[in-house]
Design a protein around this ligand. Structure first.
Ligand code: NDP
Length: 286
């Protein structure tokens, strides 16, 4: 059976690092790293995500302030709030929970965030810095995946990696980080031909397609490392179950290492958000 890469346990270690950095920032500069979370509307999944982020922040000693706006809020009102947060020296990180209601322009909102407070790493300047291989605020989910990969591979150089999915928030930044680590990277998507055989050649497969159990044991090379980003809520016999993009039972019999869903990439994403908040705070002090 594959080695289980336990995201819950690993995220606890990252949160301890965050807590130590919070203490250092308090002692050295008398500040408390502060994260502003903006939630527009009543989307139930977004509300759960925001609650979890606020809870973890509190546990790590990061101050979090949730700003809740009506689903009908205008673009102007949202932009004005971002402006206030950009200019508030006590706010070090700004996160706008996505997706936004359809009448709002996500790209405009992301571009309005001050890049030094962009703890999601979605601002075009941070995207460009990552693509150029320079240190920046890196998107949280791929950052968490890299920490998980490094549990298994002390050196990623020369590994064949396939990323399934090409979204701006997961697939593309994941591929950029793997490239930075000297992997040979293939990005697969819904139009990719022979996707199974591409994956079968990979030492590392990162699944971020949002398709429940898309990837089964036939896609995986024996001993490969499989990181499952997917979170798919499926109705099974009237019960809601969370499933990854990987058929865990069968793939775990052939892979060398694998992340579970839930308890894998999800907790790492939140831990990296708080890590980015402390990094943003330190950079603003500099
Ligand atoms: P998107 O829907 O934005 O992107 C999905 C990507 O997968 C697209 O590039 C799409 O291709 C590709 N894709 C879809 N179907 C297939 C297929 N059958 N074969 C190959 N590629 C396919 O999703 P996100 O990137 O936002 O999220 C991906 C998954 O990760 C979701 O389940 C999401 O819930 C989860 N997630 C989990 C997080 C965590 O913390 N664990 C954080 C963020 C996301 P194309 O571009 O051609 O349409």
């Amino acid at each position: 059976m594959a080695q289980l890469i336990d995201g819950k346990q690993l995220s606890t270690q990252v949160l301890q690092e965050v807590a130590s950095e919070v203490e250092l920032l308090r002692a050295e500069y008398g500040i408390v790293p502060t994260l502003a979370v903006v939630l527009v509307g009543e989307d139930p999944a977004s509300q759960v995500y925001v609650r979890n982020k606020v809870k973890r922040a509190e546990e790590a000693g990061v101050c979090s302030i949730a700003h809740r706006l009506d689903a009908e809020c205008t673009q102007d009102a949202l932009n004005q709030l971002i402006d206030v947060l950009n200019n508030d020296s006590q706010v070090h990180g700004i996160l706008v929970q996505l997706p936004l209601p359809s009448h709002l322009d996500e790209e405009e909102v992301i571009a309005a965030i001050n890049p030094v407070k962009d703890v999601d790493g979605f601002h075009p300047l941070n995207v460009g810095a990552l693509a150029a291989g320079r240190a920046s605020l890196v998107p949280c989910t791929p950052q968490g995946c890299m920490i998980m990969l490094r549990q298994v591979h002390s050196d990623l150089s020369g590994k064949n990696a396939v990323v399934v999915g090409r979204s701006n928030i997961v697939g593309k930044p994941m591929a950029a980080l793997l490239l930075q680590a000297d992997c040979t990277v293939t990005i697969a998507h819904s139009r990719t031909k022979n996707i199974e055989s591409l994956c079968r050649n990979a030492d590392i497969v990162v699944a971020a397609a949002g398709r429940a159990e898309l990837i089964n044991a036939d896609w995986i090379k024996p001993g490969a490392t499989v990181i499952d980003v997917g979170i798919n809520a499926i109705d099974l016999d009237g019960k809601r179950k969370l499933m990854g993009d990987v058929a865990f039972e069968s793939v775990a019999r052939i892979a060398g290492a694998i992340t579970p869903v839930p308890g894998g990439v999800g907790p790492m994403t939140i831990a990296c958000l708080l890590l980015n908040t402390t990094r943003a705070a330190r950079r603003q002090l500099a």
